[in-house]
Design a protein around this ligand. Structure first.
Ligand SMILES: Nc1ncnc2c1ncn2[C@@H]1O[C@H](COP(=O)(O)OP(=O)(O)OP(=O)(O)O)[C@@H](O)[C@H]1O
Ligand SMILES: [Mg+2]
Length: 206
């Protein structure tokens, strides 16, 4: 079983969206997938409630229960667990960071977001782990994405080779309990997620 944690202390950077889209990608590929929602806002869980398909399985839990939930997932044959975490919660982020084989930090290409990832990177270091930054909500035109990638180099932390752009399919799909790959399978949002998923599989040897 491989575990991927999506963490960022800052709110609204795309943790839940990325968790859902990666969870659905794995489920479509036939992997036994569990999406663990550590956020009391329960956004991923509410998306799960509105979803007809039974996979990925969505479980809402508190950070203090994470180890036990992961044990149950492993015993139940889960192949991939994606953990969505809460913003402004060190306990939620740290629990996920400690449990993860791969840690992803979504970051939007704005100066406020670029500054804010410093706290999350510190938490990752505290746990003696490494993480990869994922540029999310990158405008499809202009150079903001490249500028952000340059700025992130100063943190000496890897950046995922696949960027996720700002696309309405990422927003609209969620309303119907879907992900972009299901809502608009031939769209650019779906393409980006599939490319990202391929990269993720290589990283965790899934
Ligand atoms: N790539 C994208 N393109 C367009 N909109 C996006 C994208 N990623 C996220 N969003 C939108 O941005 C908003 C915040 O995303 P999301 O809820 O996933 O962030 P979050 O980090 O989980 O937030 P929180 O910290 O509150 O849990 C949502 O409205 C979501 O639909
Ligand atoms: Mg969220």
């Amino acid at each position: 079983m491989k575990t991927v944690a999506i963490v960022a202390e800052k709110g609204g950077v795309g943790k839940t969206s990325l968790s859902i889209h990666l969870g659905v990608a794995a489920a479509i590929k036939g992997k036994e997938t569990v999406l663990v929602d550590l956020d009391p806002q329960a956004s991923a869980s509410k998306w799960g409630d509105s979803r007809e398909a039974e996979s990925p399985v969505v479980i809402s839990c508190q950070a203090s229960r994470l180890e036990k939930v992961l044990e149950t997932a492993r015993d139940g044959g889960a192949q991939l667990v994606v953990i969505d975490t809460a913003p402004h919660s060190e306990s939620s982020a740290l629990a996920a960071i400690r449990a993860a084989d791969l840690i992803l930090i979504p970051c939007q290409p704005s100066i406020l977001d670029l500054r804010a990832i410093a706290n999350t990177i510190d938490l990752v270091k505290l746990a003696k782990k490494t993480a990869t930054v994922v540029l999310n909500c990158v405008p499809t035109r202009g150079s903001l994405g490249d500028e952000a990638a340059d700025a992130i180099k100063e943190y000496n932390i890897p950046i995922a080779p696949v960027r996720i752009c700002e696309r309405t399919a990422f927003v609209r799909s969620l309303a119907g309990g879907l992900a972009a790959q299901e809502y608009e399978p031939k769209g650019k949002a779906a393409d980006e997620i599939w490319e990202f998923y391929k990269w993720l599989c290589k990283q965790v040897k899934l």
